[in-house]
Design a protein around this ligand. Structure first.
Ligand SMILES: [Zn+2]
Ligand SMILES: [Zn+2]
Length: 218
């Protein structure tokens, strides 16, 4: 079954030995001749080279089995990794698209928020400015009444003043009742401040990876 290659027998290298290297000393792990066997390897375990060869050939073949098994396992792993490579590539692309879409959406939302805040700020500003306009208007009305009464008092004849006194009283009464200086006083500070609340934009997500396999039906 296991044949030694037919080569001319190698002579022993020990000078005085004339014999071919026909034996294998298991003790010394060496090829020896018959003279070696008798003289320097006495008591050692040695066999005909063909027998040792068969034994060691079989040993080596046995040792090759786990190596072959490892090769097959690694090949399987590599084919799984190749499939994963494609999968990972596709998923990576999808995640990139999702990031882009998410940011686009956020930009849209931000523009909307900008418009909302801008409108709000303009409304607040104009409300605050209107208070002064209202004050000016009140002053105008007061001065109109004042002028009207003073003019009447200065230029009117007694009968005229007596006949229009009720109307003057009515006007003065109305205007003083209507206009309250207290209402014109600002109730709040003139400050207009932007209250920022953008924490969520500083951190807009994470890339999750490395979920344990077989934990779900993958
Ligand atoms: Zn020898
Ligand atoms: Zn020996």
């Amino acid at each position: 079954m296991f044949k030694l290659k037919q080569e001319p027998p190698t002579p022993c290298s020990v000078p005085s030995h004339d014999e071919p290297l026909k034996y294998f000393c298991e003790t010394c792990d060496n090829t020896i001749c018959r003279d070696c066997a008798i003289l320097t390897h006495k008591g050692h375990e040695y066999k005909l080279m063909a027998d040792s060869y068969t034994k060691h050939y079989e040993d080596l073949e046995q040792l090759l089995v786990p190596v072959k098994e490892k090769i097959s396992t690694v090949k399987n792993m590599l084919s799984i990794l190749t499939k994963r490579e494609i999968d990972v590539g596709e998923r990576g692309e999808r995640v990139l698209e999702e990031i882009h879409e998410m940011v686009e959406e956020m930009i849209g939302d931000l523009h909307q928020s900008e418009r909302k805040l801008t409108d709000q700020a303009k409304r607040v500003t104009s409300t605050k400015l209107k208070q002064k306009q209202a004050g000016q208007l009140s002053l105008e009305h007061l001065e109109q009444v004042e002028n009207y009464v003073e003019k009447s008092l200065k230029t009117g004849t007694p009968p005229q003043i007596l006949s229009s006194k009720e109307q003057m009283k009515k006007h003065m009464n109305e205007i003083t009742t209507l206009i309250s200086a207290e209402d014109l006083l600002p109730k709040v500070e003139a400050d207009i401040v932007l209250s920022k609340d953008v924490r969520s934009l500083r951190h807009i997500g994470d890339i999750i990876s490395g979920t344990a396999l077989y934990s779900n039906a993958e």
